[in-house]
Ligand binder design. Structure first.
Ligand SMILES: Nc1ncnc2c1ncn2[C@@H]1O[C@H](COP(=O)(O)OP(=O)(O)OP(=O)(O)O)[C@@H](O)[C@H]1O
Length: 857
C-alpha cells in the first residue's frame, strides 16, 4: 500500500526534474555570458552599439574588443549603469543558482529568490554609500556612482538621507549578510568559526608532526646503529667506524626511509581496514588443515581374567564388615569386546573436506572470509574448524548458523565461537553414522585406572577421542539431566558399572532411589546396596534422613578420632592391638598422599566446632547424646546415593526433599557421601536454585529447549545436542563445558556384572537404614508425623521468605505470611527440627544452617 501511495509522488518528482535542469543550464549559461561581458567591458566599446549611428557603423569595421561582441557591450553597459560595480553580483548569483540546480537538484524557494534580489540591491546601495572605493572607476565609466542608478537611488537618496552615512552603512551591511544567508544557506559566523578552528588545529598539528617525525628519525637512526653493531660483531674484520664511514649507510638510510614510508603506508592501510574489517583484511596465515579421525576405538587386547583394579586388602568396614574376604572385583571379560569400526577411507575424507568447503563458501557468500582449519571426526559429531580473517568478529559466523545448517543440510549444527582455548571457530555437525563408545574402551584408559581419581567414573569420549573421566569424590555430587530417550539411563548404568569395577561392598555402598520402579530393578540383587532399591517416594525422605544422620554420626566420629575427613579417617593408623596385617601389594597407590597427623589442638577445635553447631546441626533422630559413647569403626565405606527421577520426588514433599538434598550436598563430601541425581524434567521447580547451588557438576543430555538447558547448565547448548548419549559435561570447578559422547554399556553387560557381584556374597542391608525407612524416617521425632499437608505448604512459603530475606525469625514469618504467633512459632520449631535453622537465641534472628542458594533466574 505504501508503495502504491509513493508511486505517483515519485513519478511527479521525475516529471518535475527536467525543468529544474533546464533552468539550471539557462542560469549557468546566462550568468557566464554576463560575467564575460562584464569582465571584457570597456567604455569605449559603446560605439559598437548599432543605435550609435555612423560611429557605430564605422566602429563595426574595426572590430569589437568585448568577448561577447556588441551584445556583451550592451549587457555590460546596461548592468553597469544599473548596479555599478555590484553588476558583477548579478552573473555570480545566476551561476550559483544554476550550479545548485544542476548539481544538487536544488529547488529555489521564494526565500532564495528574495535573497538574490536583496543581495544585489543591498550590494549596490552599499557601494554607493561608501566613499572610499571605486569612485574613480565610476567616473571613468560615466556612472552615477559605484552602485549605479539603483545604488544611488536606494543608498544615497533614500537611506543616507534617513540614517546618515554610518547608519546607512551599518544597516546595509546587516541586510547584505542576511541576504547572503538566505541565498546560500551558509551561516557566515559559523563558517568563519570553523575556518578559524581548522587553521588553529592545522597549526598545532604542525608542531606535533614535527616532533613525531623527529622521533621516527631518531628511532631509525638507533635501529641502524644497532644493526651496524650486530654486523660488526658478526664480521669482526670490519670495525664499526668503517661501517659508519662506508657509503652503505646512505643506501641503508634510503632503504630505511623507503621501509618507513612503506610501514606508514601499511599503517594507513590498517587504519582503513579497521573501518571496513571484512572486505580488505588479509586472511590469517594458518597451518595446513588436517583431517583427524578420532572416532576409532582403541585396540585393547583383553587378557583373560584381566581387571581394571586389583583386589585390595580387606580393611574397610563400617556398615557391615564380615563376609567380604573372598570378594573378587569384576574383570574386563564381563564386558563385550567391541569390534573396531571401519577405518576411514579416502572417500570419507573427501566428503568431509567438501562439507568444509561448503561451509567456507557459504560464509564467503555472506562476506565472511575464513580459511580452512582442521576437521576432527568424533564418535557422534564432526568438528570443522575455520580461521576467521583478521579483524572479523566471530559473532558474525554465529549469526549465520541457520544459513550454514541449510547449506550443509545438517539437522542441527552447533557453533563454537571460538573453540575454547583455540584461535579457531568450530562448526559441529552430527555424523550420519554414529560410533558408540563402549565402556570396555574407557576402562582400559590409564586416566580411569590412575590412583589420582578416588571414585573414577567413565563418562565418555570427547570429539578429539580423549576419554572423559570424572572423579565423584572431587565432584562431589552430580546432576544428570536430559529429555527422555537422550541417554540418561545408559549414563547412570555406566557410572554404576565404573564404580563396581573398583569397589567391593565393604568399601562402597549404594542407596538407590527409583520412583519410576522399572529403571533400577536389575540392581536389586547387588551386594553393594545398603537398602533394597527404594521405589516408594514416601520412603525416600526417610532414606535421605538416615543419610543425614549417618553424615552427622561420621562427623562426630571424625571429631572423636581427631581427623577432618573421610580419607584421613580411613587412612589413619589403627591402635596397636587392632593393627591389620601389612598392606598387600599394590595397595600403596590407593592410599591418599597426605596423612593427617594427630594434633590435640586441632581435635579440640573440631570438638568445639561440633559443640557450637558449626560442623553440623543436631541429629534428627535424637541420637545425639553427648554422654553416649560412640562406637568407632576401623574404616567407613563411601556411600553413593543415586536418585533416578527427581521430579517424582519433588511432587511429594518438595520442601523436605529440597532441604534434605541441600544438607547432604553441602556437607557430605568430607564424610565420603556422594549424590547422583537424574531427572528428565529439567524445570526450575524440580532442579531448584538450592539444589543447583549445591551440586556443581552437571551432565546435560539433549533437551528440547534453551530454557531447559539453562536450568541444567546455566547456559544454552544442550538443546543443540543430537541425543543418544551426546552430552555436555560441566566438570567440577570449571566453567568450560566439554562435549562428549557418553560411554555405552548394554543391559546384558550390566546384568552380567551384577550377577558376578551378587553370586559372590549375600546381600547385607544396613539395619538402621531399614528401620529408619520402615518408621517413615521419623527417627522418634513425633513432631514430624503431625505435620499435615497444609503445614507443608506453609513450610514451603516460610522457606521462600527465609530465602528472600536471608534471615529467619518468628516475627518475620508472622509479618510476611500473616500467621498468628502460635503458628509461626510452630513453623520455626519444625524448621529447627529439620536442621534448617539453628536454635533460638533471645530476640535475635535464628542462624540459617543450610545454603539457601540463589533465586532462580
Ligand atoms: N552412550 C550411548 N551410546 C550409544 N547409544 C546410546 C547411548 N546412550 C543412549 N543410547 C541410545 O539411546 C537409547 C535411549 O537411552 P536411555 O534409555 O538411556 O534414555 P533415557 O534418557 O534414560 O530415557 P528415559 O528417560 O525414557 O529412560 C538407548 O536405548 C540407546 O539405544
Amino acid at each position: 500500500m505504501a508503495t502504491a501511495r509513493n508511486k505517483p509522488k515519485n513519478q511527479k518528482r521525475e516529471r518535475s526534474q527536467w525543468p529544474n535542469e533546464v533552468l539550471g543550464i539557462l542560469l549557468c549559461g546566462g550568468g557566464l555570458l554576463l560575467l564575460l561581458s562584464l569582465i571584457s567591458f570597456v567604455p569605449g566599446d559603446v560605439k559598437f552599439l548599432p543605435w550609435m549611428g555612423d560611429a557605430g557603423e564605422a566602429a563595426q569595421s574595426e572590430g569589437c574588443s568585448n568577448w561577447i561582441g556588441p551584445v556583451g557591450v550592451f549587457l555590460g553597459q546596461i548592468t553597469f549603469v544599473t548596479f555599478g560595480a555590484a553588476a558583477y553580483l548579478v552573473p555570480l548569483t545566476m551561476l550559483w543558482m544554476g550550479v545548485a540546480k544542476l548539481v544538487f537538484d536544488a529547488r529555489a524557494s521564494w526565500r532564495t529568490w528574495t535573497g538574490c534580489g536583496v543581495f544585489i540591491l543591498s550590494g549596490a546601495a552599499l557601494l554607493a554609500v561608501q566613499s572610499l572605493f571605486l569612485q574613480a572607476w565610476s567616473e571613468a565609466n560615466h556612472l552615477s556612482g559605484p552602485g549605479g542608478v539603483v545604488g544611488y537611488a536606494l543608498g544615497t537618496k533614500f537611506l543616507e538621507a534617513l540614517l546618515n552615512k554610518p547608519g546607512a552603512i551599518l544597516v546595509l551591511v546587516c541586510v547584505y549578510l542576511v541576504s547572503l544567508i538566505l541565498l546560500t544557506g551558509l551561516h557566515p559566523i559559523q563558517f568563519s568559526r570553523s575556518l578559524v578552528t581548522f587553521a588553529v588545529r592545522w597549526w598545532q598539528g604542525r608542531g606535533e608532526r614535527k616532533v613525531a617525525s623527529a622521533e621516527k628519525a631518531a628511532a631509525r637512526e638507533k635501529l641502524r646503529r644497532e644493526r651496524d653493531q650486530q654486523l660488526a660483531r658478526k664480521h669482526p674484520l670490519f670495525d664499526e667506524d668503517e661501517i659508519e664511514a662506508s657509503p652503505k649507510p646512505k643506501a641503508r638510510k634510503k632503504a630505511a626511509a623507503k621501509k618507513a614510508a612503506n610501514k606508514a603506508a601499511n599503517e594507513d592501510k590498517d587504519d582503513d581496514k579497521e573501518e571496513d574489517p571484512q572486505t580488505e583484511l588479509p586472511l590469517k596465515v594458518t597451518p595446513p588443515p588436517q583431517v583427524i579421525d578420532a572416532s576409532q576405538r582403541s585396540q585393547h587386547k583383553s587378557v583373560p581374567g584381566a581387571k581394571p583394579f586389583a583386589k585390595k586388602k580387606l580393611d574397610h568396614g563400617g556398615l557391615s564388615t564380615e563376609e567380604y574376604e573372598n570378594y573378587e572385583l569384576p574383570g574386563f571379560d564381563l564386558l563385550n569386546v567391541p569390534e573396531n569400526a571401519e577405518p576411514e577411507t579416502e572417500a570419507d575424507k573427501g566428503e568431509l573436506v567438501s562439507v568444509q568447503k561448503t561451509i567456507i563458501d557459504t560464509l564467503k557468500a555472506f562476506g565472511v572470509e575464513v580459511t580452512a582449519g582442521n576437521i576432527t571426526r568424533g564418535p557422534t559429531i564432526t568438528r570443522y574448524e575455520v580461521y576467521p580473517s583478521m579483524g572479523l568478529r566471530v559473532s558474525r559466523i554465529t549469526q549465520l548458523e541457520a544459513d550454514l545448517a541449510r547449506a550443509t543440510k545438517a539437522e542441527r549444527i552447533n557453533i563454537l565461537a571460538p573453540v575454547p582455548g583455540s584461535d579457531t571457530v568450530g562448526i559441529e555437525i552430527a555424523n550420519n553414522e554414529k560410533v558408540a563408545v563402549p565402556l570396555h574402551d574407557l576402562l582400559h584408559d590409564p586416566a580411569f585406572t590412575s590412583s589420582k581419581n578416588k571414585i573414577p567414573l567413565a563418562l565418555g569420549k570427547d570429539v578429539y577421542g580423549n576419554t572423559v573421566i570424572g572423579d565423584l569424590a572431587a565432584m562431589p555430587h552430580l546432576l544428570v539431566a536430559g529429555a527422555t530417550g537422550s541417554g540418561k539411563s545408559v549414563c547412570i548404568n555406566t557410572i554404576i558399572s565404573s564404580i563396581l569395577f573398583k569397589f567391593s561392598p565393604n568399601e562402597l555402598r549404594f542407596i538407590m532411589v527409583d520412583p519410576k520402579v522399572v529403571e533400577m530393578q536389575m540392581y536389586n540383587t547387588l551386594p553393594h546396596l545398603a537398602v533394597p532399591v527404594v521405589t516408594d517416594p514416601n520412603k525416600v525422605l526417610a532414606a535421605l534422613r538416615w543419610v543425614v544422620n549417618e553424615m552427622e554420626r561420621r562427623y562426630r566420629i571424625f571429631a572423636d578420632v581427631g581427623v577432618r575427613n573421610f580419607d584421613a579417617f580411613n587412612s589413619r593408623e589403627l591402635p596397636e592391638k587392632e593393627q591389620p596385617e601389612e598392606p598387600a601389594e599394590g595397595e600403596e597407590e590407593d592410599k591418599p598422599e597426605e596423612e593427617e597427623s594427630y594434633d590435640q589442638e586441632h581435635i579440640d577445635s573440631i570438638a568445639q566446632a561440633l559443640t557450637d553447631g558449626e560442623l553440623g546441626p543436631p541429629s534428627l533422630d535424637g541420637s545425639d547424646d553427648d554422654d553416649e559413647e560412640e562406637e568407632i569403626p576401623d574404616r567407613v565405606p563411601y556411600i553413593v546415593i543415586i536418585i533416578d527421577e527427581l521430579a517424582d520426588l519433588m511432587q511429594t514433599a518438595p520442601a523436605d526433599m529440597e532441604m534434605c538434598i541441600a544438607r547432604i550436598a553441602q556437607k557430605a563430601r568430607a564424610a565420603g557421601i556422594h549424590l547422583i541425581i537424574a531427572t528428565q524434567t529439567p524445570r526450575a521447580d524440580v532442579v531448584t536454585g538450592i539444589i543447583k547451588a549445591n551440586i556443581p557438576s552437571r551432565i546435560a543430555f539433549q533437551v528440547s529447549s534453551k530454557l531447559d538447558s539453562r536450568v541444567i547448565l546455566d547456559v544454552s547448548g544442550a538443546d543443540k545436542l543430537v541425543g543418544k548419549g551426546d552430552m555436555l559435561y560441566l566438570p567440577p570447578g570449571s566453567a568450560k563445558l566439554e562435549r562428549a559422547q557418553g560411554a555405552f554399556v548394554s543391559d546384558d553387560e550390566v546384568e552380567d556384572l551384577i550377577s558376578f557381584c551378587s553370586n559372590q556374597v549375600d546381600q547385607k542391608f544396613e539395619e538402621t537404614v531399614q528401620a529408619s525407612i520402615e518408621s517413615g524416617g521419623s527417627g522418634g521425632d513425633d513432631d514430624d508425623n503431625e505435620v499435615s499437608d497444609a503445614d507443608e505448604e506453609i513450610i514451603e512459603k516460610c522457606l521462600e521468605v527465609i530465602r528472600q530475606e536471608k534471615k529467619a525469625s518468628t516475627s518475620l514469618l508472622q509479618r510476611r505470611l500473616r500467621l498468628g504467633y502460635t503458628r509461626a512459632a510452630r513453623m520455626m520449631d519444625i524448621l529447627e527440627d529439620r536442621g534448617i535453622i539453628g536454635p533460638g537465641d533471645g530476640a535475635r534472628p535464628r542462624e540459617i544452617l543450610i545454603n539457601v542458594g540463589q533465586d532462580e533466574p
